[in-house]
Design a binder for this molecule. Sequence first.
Ligand SMILES: Cc1cc2nc3c(=O)[nH]c(=O)nc-3n(C[C@H](O)[C@H](O)[C@H](O)COP(=O)(O)O)c2cc1C
Length: 209
Amino acid sequence: MLLHLDASARRAGSFSRRLSARYAETWRAAHPGHGYAYRDLAAQPVPHISEAWTELCDYVLEHEITDISRYREAVRTPAQREAWDVLAPLLDEVVAAEVILIGTPMYNYSIPSALKAWLDQITFPRMSLAGRSFVVTGARGGAYGPGTPREPYDHEERFLRDFFKGHFRVEDVTFVHAELVNARLDPALAHLRAQHEESLAAALKEVSR
Ligand SMILES: Cc1cc2nc3c(=O)[nH]c(=O)nc-3n(C[C@H](O)[C@H](O)[C@H](O)COP(=O)(O)O)c2cc1C
């Protein structure tokens, strides 16, 4: 199953959505019958975790529960039940997925809060998602590739890569970015427009591959 998430506040004209849609279309054509689930984290935001959610998390930690199918045991109060009802469908989708595809912009050198809220909801201590793949299709206003002056400011890919590998123990993690998107709008970056077009074309080619 492909779980497809989008996190850009933009609908029309979003590059991260365009890339994730292209990837999803290609994947689905190549994997007929594998299933598909879609969530728009910007249009239908996942709530921030609640105090009751932290109680579920503490219980899982204290009781050394690492099997995701046993998390439900942590529910003991009505508030915890409410928290569980929010997170359980999100977690079910992640567990069922072979590939988790995330279309996301860079916001303020990092990920959008809509995506962080989802990640907070589905993440528990020592939780392994090994065997699955993450694919991130991103768009950013600037350029953050190797050797660029802004490379050290990329806390989007760095954070997600560290999180997927370090916490979820997922080795198969792929990032495809369309860069320099701001060159389309910012007159001061107009000279980088061709470079942006190249980056976008390469990203579209890569997600189709
Ligand atoms: C709130 C906000 C913060 C942004 N922060 C950054 C940033 O830190 N670095 C950057 O390169 N671009 C930044 N951008 C530009 C976006 O990454 C760029 O517009 C990208 O295309 C957004 O993805 P989308 O096209 O899928 O909406 C920001 C845009 C917004 C709206």
